[in-house]
Design a protein around this ligand. Sequence first.
Ligand code: ADP
Ligand code: MG
Length: 703
Amino acid sequence: MNQEVLNGLIRPKNVAIIGASVTPGKIGHTVVLNLIKGGYTGGIYPVNPESEEILGKKVYKSVKDIPGPVDAAILTIPAKFVSPVVDECGQKGVKGLIVITSGFSEVGRRDLEEEMVEKAHKYGMCVLGPNIVGTLSNADKFNGSFAPFLPLPGKSSMVTQSGALLIAIDAASFTRRVGFEKLISIGNMCDVDFADLITWLNNDPATYCISLYVEGFKNGRAFIEAGKKASKPIIALKSGVSAHGAAAAASHTGSLAGAAKIYKAAFQQAGVIQASDLNDLFNRTQVLSLQPPMKGEKMLILTNGGGVGVLATDAAEKYGIPLMFAPEDVQAELKKHMPEYGSAKNPVDMTGMAGNEWYKETVQFSFAHPWVDGLCVLYCETAMTNPQGIAESIKAGIDATGIKDKPVTVSFVGGERSDKAMQWLVEQGIPAYGAPDIAVNALACLREYERIKEIASEPEYQCKEADKSLALEVIAKARKDGRDALTEIEAKQVFAAYNLPVTKITLAKTEDDAVTYAEKIGYPIVMKIVSPDILHKSDAGGVKVNIKDETGVREAWKTILENVRAFKPTADIHGIAIQEMAPWGTEVILGSVNDSSFGPTVMFGLGGIFVEVLKDVTFRVTPVSRGQARRMLTEIRGAPILKGVRGESPRDQEALIDTVCNFSNMILDLKDEISESDANPVLVYEQGKGLKVADARIILKKK
Ligand code: ADP
Ligand code: MG
């Protein structure tokens, strides 16, 4: 999207309100009122053929009658009247349309939306919405919305897919002391989408952090690209992650919300922090807009109360930055600022004796010490101390170090005086929260931001050259037969073309052939039915493993055919696959699905019965870097199994990482052909011994 045009939409120098109304309470009236009340200094031009004056502003019959240029037009007229107005705006040279009006795709009228966008593009205009509250900007004192006032000023800008939530967050910004520079309602996203706004906000000098409320993306890949390129922290709250929630979101916005696991992966790949709920969104938005990333793992907790110290310690483990004991020299220095019975280990407990002095000196020493990557300062209100004094001491300690590239968070537990002191701290740029676990969560978020940025900027995996034409040949042959499922043999040919280590496999059409091939491959062997009508071969009694000799082959031949014919008499049987028997190994699964928002995605998990029962799987949007593949291996619950449990040696994780990357490469390269695929099981051996794909399945896209 043309960022210059978008600039006209978000930071207009003058604005027309089309559908402006003299009637208080109508949206067309409210928007004019809000622009005036907000203090917007640009041109405010109400448009309505039937009025002369609204709130002291001259009303124009048409946007074309307005003298001088118009950057943005806010549309509040009914959907059915929008089309001719788009022409007029285009002819006037308007840059962007802010379409507040509803009654488009959210009620099934996608056609109206498409017509509007097509027309707008003809004139080089962009469209925000429709079905939105509008946009608000503190920097420009621009309230082009029907939300009653500008939010508490702050460094974060928020884009939200829910208009109601925008209005609520606008009001909540004051009580929660989380300020916003801009609030942008994105609505149906018929044109301007999340990716466009991320790119724009990343270049906005008034925005330091980008905050998103997401129901679903239309173009997930554009979002990932925009996120990766952004240099400012981005935090997203995705709703509709439960099965029921997804349905609610779908009927709400008309865009289908995707699966929770895929969104989680996409956020990580985009370098975007995910908020777990609305509270978390506020808390993390605050810390991300006020503090730098945490560059290392080591957090030091300072406290005057043992209880909150322990709560913070628990939270540290929960949020992925477990505490370490401070080194001896650090402890020795800290000991100077506490009584005998205090603890300098970490959490550092200065005890209830700690007053302003100790707080200042300990904060100053700890924050400056190179061992400390992030500082979390806790305080329990006591009878002896004054919260404001402690707050000022903390600030003084931090300031004395002159350090700007290390984060600090604070939690005061107490009453009104503590709340006031925390408010003061936030105004000084130090995030402060009413509970110790939230202060730790905030630091964990800064740590996560650093890590996630590293991963998102990783180079792509360099795959060994694949034989795409061979893969396409195999696929074309199956299509010619009128099939959209490949047999295991065909699927393994495609896999092999992408350097995936499949078992040796040959199709036998007769019992005698079976014996010949078995001898060629070498016993023990595995025999499996080959039929496009049987996708789950074991269910049909179509798999025999560990066949050791000719008698075994002949027996298996008969049994498999009998079983399959009984299971499905009409099955088209190509023959029986004779394949190398892979030695026992840890069973994992690789799979792929084509997601409606993100395109081809890769799944990894523990195989065998684990996958069905535990659903212990994780996803990534393709392509997958080595770093991401490694994260996939570690983030499943069964991860310890790959590291080796109960005396078993660790599995060959490096080989598995390569295989995940090659698999991802295959899925992406063949995205126009493959709709779904899996390798289940893949048998993973001990370190250095690699792995084997024992079973392969590919379902083609319908053409
Ligand atoms: P299904 O179509 O039922 O998934 P599979 O090909 O996965 O059939 O075979 C079922 C099971 O047989 C696998 O889960 C695996 O344990 C075992 N198996 C299949 N092929 C091999 C092989 N080549 N070497 C060793 N074990 C195998
Ligand atoms: Mg299988």
